[in-house]
Design a protein around this ligand. Structure first.
Ligand code: XMP
Length: 327
């Protein structure tokens, strides 16, 4: 039987009972596969890798080594949440790598979007490889591959999985416990494993993170302005009940300044741009119609609370002609 093919008889996991049955089965299968071997996992804090981590902690405890690389482009509170949930609450064997300066130095002065993405991707693999090389006796690599990744790589849409590039001498066998699940099922399983709602229901977030929302050459102050304005937007969307309803929403801080007045003085600062879109498959997207009162409140907060911002704009462009991200 092809282990990468979802059996037609497999029931869609929609309830806590079905999730629990899946968890029990996978815990057994993982234990049979790895025995007392050690397993390495790149834990980004995204839905898929988080669910795999929680599942493997249940199956093999400290024999799972999670590596969380903070590249500096994560959203406000994300690295802290990974440490809180996995290290403090679930007792994971977690290696936290603060690579912020390293990544910011690498992209300093680089304004071409593709070059920026390339540098970040390459550096990520380098950092992960270096951490993996420090560990001994690891024979397994866990990945948060899900069923759409397998279907898309079969169709040649995208090569599935992004960890790659491990040192050649580390011959690792793959552990992919959620590879036959769809995203909605991964979420149900994650909830049953006790992961917080904010982690399981998280909106999509690109690998290069806030770097693609800081168009042009990234500076620390502008990156912080993106991070802070994004946090305010998320907080206000959550309060207004939009968090689970809108598919993706974030801010962008472009690399130009305009004149304004802040605290009674002339200010010369960046604008923050709000983008909120709905889509089924991210191939096309429509604009969410945000209530005007909420927009006014978000504008008031961002312009008064975020250093370096004196205006708020709204991106009204569907995809096409815009892509969802700006870079
Ligand atoms: P675009 O900007 O192409 O984005 O309309 C479509 C969806 O993909 C996300 N995205 C990424 N996801 N790695 C990812 O894992 C990436 O490099 C990446 N770039 C874009 C984007 O956030 C949107 O949901």
């Amino acid at each position: 039987m092809d282990s990468n093919k979802r059996p037609e008889t497999m029931e869609r996991i929609t309830t806590p009972e079905l999730a629990q049955a899946f968890i029990d089965e996978q815990v057994k299968l993982v234990q049979e596969q790895v025995k007392d071997g050690k397993v390495l996992l790149a834990l980004s804090g995204g839905v898929d890798s988080s669910v795999v981590a929680a599942l493997l902690i249940k199956a093999i405890g400290k024999n799972l080594v999670c590596v969380h690389v903070n590249h500096g482009f994560l959203r406000k509170g994300e690295p802290e949440q990974v440490i809180q949930v996995f290290q403090k609450e679930l007792g994971a064997n977690l290696v936290y790598v603060d690579a912020v300066d390293r990544f910011l130095d690498k992209v300093a002065g680089v304004s071409d979007p593709e070059q920026k993405r390339h540098i970040i991707g390459e550096e990520f693999i380098k950092v992960f490889d270096e951490e993996a090389a420090k560990l001994e006796g690891i024979h397994f690599l866990a990945q948060g591959t899900i069923y759409p990744d397998i279907l898309e790589s079969e169709k040649g849409i995208k090569a599935h999985h992004n960890v790659g590039g491990l040192p050649a001498e580390m011959e690792m066998e793959l552990v992919e416990p959620v590879k036959l699940l769809y995203k909605d099922e991964v979420r149900v399983v994650g909830k049953q494993l006790g992961l917080p709602e904010s982690m399981v229901e998280r909106q999509p977030f690109p690998g290069p993170g806030l770097a693609v929302r800081t168009p042009g050459a990234i500076t620390r102050d502008r990156l912080e302005a993106v991070r802070e304005s994004d946090a305010i937007l998320r907080e206000e969307f959550a309060k207004a009940g939009l968090a689970g309803k809108v598919w993706q929403y974030f801010t962008i801080v472009p690399d130009f300044k305009t004149t304004g007045i802040k605290d009674g003085e002339r200010s010369f600062a960046w604008p923050a741009v709000i983008r909120a879109v709905n889509t089924r498959d991210a191939m096309s997207a429509t604009i969410e119609e945000i209530p005007y009162d909420l927009l006014k409140k978000i504008t008031e907060r961002i312009t008064h609370e975020v250093p370096g911002i004196n205006r708020v704009l709204m991106d009204l462009t569907p995809k096409p002609t815009g892509t969802i991200e700006w870079e």
